[in-house]
Design a protein around this ligand. Structure first.
Ligand SMILES: Cc1cc2nc3c(=O)[nH]c(=O)nc-3n(C[C@H](O)[C@H](O)[C@H](O)COP(=O)(O)OP(=O)(O)OC[C@H]3O[C@@H](n4cnc5c(N)ncnc54)[C@H](O)[C@@H]3O)c2cc1C
Length: 216
């Protein structure tokens, strides 16, 4: 299998439909490798799920039965985050605010506690580094928690990023990597005659939407 980094992308012409964290992330990596990339979106760039998200990088606390392979992938992804955030900051000049202080999943009631302890037992069976802490310890870690508390799961390796800053940084990094070549990232492209080629591509993405809708 060829080394991913050695693939010659310098002559590739790539159109990406969707300027969220995924599309912009791919665009950045391709632009760095000298591919010619254009990203289109039916709305404003970065205004989809990537805007709505909470930025939790919670592979441990969100582990579910039958998703063991996903947990493994999520853990590998978590391990890459510090280097990724640093590289992105260097490329974009923007801090995506990776916060490494861990995650609390709070139990307000005895019922919450029972449910969380059940999930905790599953996660611990997978070897994930989560533990139960008292209400007092949870409040020590997060003084703004509500007064009535039963306890919490503490997940020291689940971190958080500012997802909106992440989108902005990816866009900036992709545009910086692509500078000097044709227009790259275009939000709000549908319905405008400013970019005739863009209108044509929006039609293509529109057909994809229509096909998805008729299949569901
Ligand atoms: C409320 C909420 C909270 C979340 N919280 C978390 C969290 O804490 N942690 C976490 O890891 N994940 C979270 N997620 C999931 C996370 O947001 C998504 O997995 C991630 O943003 C997906 O990125 P994306 O680029 O694929 O999608 P998006 O950011 O939605 O980008 C897709 C883009 O494609 C465009 N598009 C779609 N169809 C077309 C078309 N036919 N033509 C042109 N453009 C099109 C859209 O306008 C959109 O801008 C959350 C999601 C939601 C909704």
């Amino acid at each position: 299998m060829p080394d991913r980094l050695s693939v010659n992308t310098s002559k590739a012409k790539v159109v990406i439909i969707g300027a969220g964290v995924i599309g912009l992330g791919i665009a950045w990596r391709l632009a760095v490798r000298n591919a010619s990339v254009v990203v289109f979106d039916r709305g404003a760039a970065g205004a989809g799920a990537s805007h709505a998200a909470a930025g939790m990088l919670a592979a441990c606390a969100e582990a579910e039965p039958s998703e063991e392979a996903l947990v493994t992938l999520g853990r590998e992804s978590q391990a890459r985050w510090p280097a990724f955030a640093a590289e992105l900051q260097q490329a974009s000049g923007m801090d995506v605010e990776l916060r490494p202080e861990g995650t609390l999943v709070v139990a307000l009631t005895a019922d919450d506690q029972e449910r969380l302890l059940h999930q905790l037992a599953f996660a611990q069976k997978l070897g994930l580094p989560l533990g139960w802490i008292s209400a007092a310890e949870a409040r020590r870690r997060e003084p703004h928690l509500a007064g009535k508390l039963s306890g919490a799961v503490f997940s020291p390796e689940d971190h958080q990023v500012d997802n909106r800053k992440l989108v902005a940084a990816l866009r900036t990094a992709a545009e910086a990597a692509a500078s000097g070549r044709a227009p790259r990232i275009i939000g709000k492209c549908c319905g405008t005659t400013t970019f005739p080629r863009c209108a044509q591509l929006c039609e293509i993405s529109g057909r994809v939407s229509a096909r998805d809708a008729s299949a569901s």
